[in-house]
Design a protein around this ligand. Structure first.
Ligand code: ZN
Length: 324
């Protein structure tokens, strides 16, 4: 810029200086405008709290992956509350996630029952209209916590059986509840499987293909629970040749609890499953729905989902290496 003015007289240089002051003012103004719109955008982002700290799955790897999936979309900001590794002790007693600061809580937790005060806080948060996303092993947790089981509809393992409630089946085009006795929670060997939409008009599912192949994962089966206030969004057939049940098992559930909304996603055993594009897109849409009741996220990549081949969106190395 100075070179432009170097041939001008002193007077013109003053003009030039004025010009530069004017330009600086405009630039500064624009900068303020951009920054303030950025802060408005940041304020519009949905605040997510991931809760982890105990899980029979690799939460140290999975939570950063889900944080990346959510934040990379530009729609969410994510904080993490990590519980102490074991119940009891002062650290456990003082662990108090501030649920009410967030539009939605994503549970990557499967471990000791939370302290009573945390449980009470969480029930209140949900009854008042909070959002919950439960991913894979998180639905194994808290078999003895009735309110949690109502929130997730069905869960697995932890001694769950017919006393916990029915299994959800999908037969002849409709949802059926199966009260026959037996343990709740099983899966065959890990494999790629097709996810079938059962509620194509639900905001989470709208615009997704009727069928798409998911990356290699566990196909949770025979989950049991109160199974109330829920919509079965998608199912997958657990093929007997993969040691499956031969049933259409629920894959995504949308539930209401008090004024709150729950997206229950049984997919996501680990990094391989989470690299599935379908896992990522439905996690985004389910999280947005649990937070707001609506879905605006519709990435172009939806058209890459296909029933023939599992679409993959690789997880960046730095995310995989971000293990806590
Ligand atoms: Zn698993």
């Amino acid at each position: 810029m100075p070179a432009v003015y170097s041939n001008y007289s002193g007077k013109q240089t003053v003009k030039g200086e004025n010009m530069r002051t004017w330009q600086k003012t405009v630039t500064l103004g624009l900068l303020v405008l951009v920054l303030s719109s950025l802060s408005v955008l940041a304020a519009d982002k949905i605040k997510v709290l991931i809760v982890n700290g105990q899980n029979n799955h690799n939460w140290r790897e999975c939570s950063p992956i889900m944080k990346w999936i959510l934040e990379d979309s530009g729609r969410f900001t994510v904080d993490v509350s990590t519980s102490p590794a074991k119940a009891g002790g002062d650290e456990w007693k003082s662990w108090r996630p501030k649920f009410s600061d967030y539009a939605v809580v994503l549970s990557d937790y499967n471990g000791s029952p939370w302290p009573d005060e945390v449980k009470a806080d969480f029930v209140k948060y949900m009854q008042n209209g909070g959002g919950l996303v439960v991913v894979h092993g998180a639905d194994n947790s808290f078999p003895e916590w009735p309110e949690f089981n109502e929130m997730i509809g069905v869960g697995g393992w932890g001694g769950r059986n017919e006393k916990s409630g029915p299994m959800i089946r999908y037969k002849d085009g409709k949802v059926v509840f199966d009260n026959s006795p037996g343990a709740g929670g099983t899966h065959g060997r890990q494999h790629e499987f097709v996810v079938e939409t059962r509620e194509s008009e639900h905001p989470i599912m709208k615009g997704l293909p009727a069928k798409w192949k998911h990356a290699t994962d566990e196909l949770y089966s025979k989950l049991r629970g109160p199974a109330k206030n829920l919509t079965v969004l998608a199912t997958s057939f657990a093929a007997p040749e993969q040691n499956g049940t031969g049933e259409n098992e629920p894959i995504f559930l949308a539930l209401s609890y008090g004024k709150g909304r729950v997206f229950h996603d049984v997919l996501g055993h680990g990094a391989v499953a989470m690299a599935g594009l379908g896992f990522q897109i439905t996690l985004l849409r389910g999280t947005e729905w649990a937070a707001t009741g609506a879905v605006t996220i519709a990435p172009d990549s939806i058209k890459e989902l296909s029933a023939d081949k599992a679409a993959i969106r690789a997880i960046p190395k730095e995310v995989l290496q971000a293990k806590k």
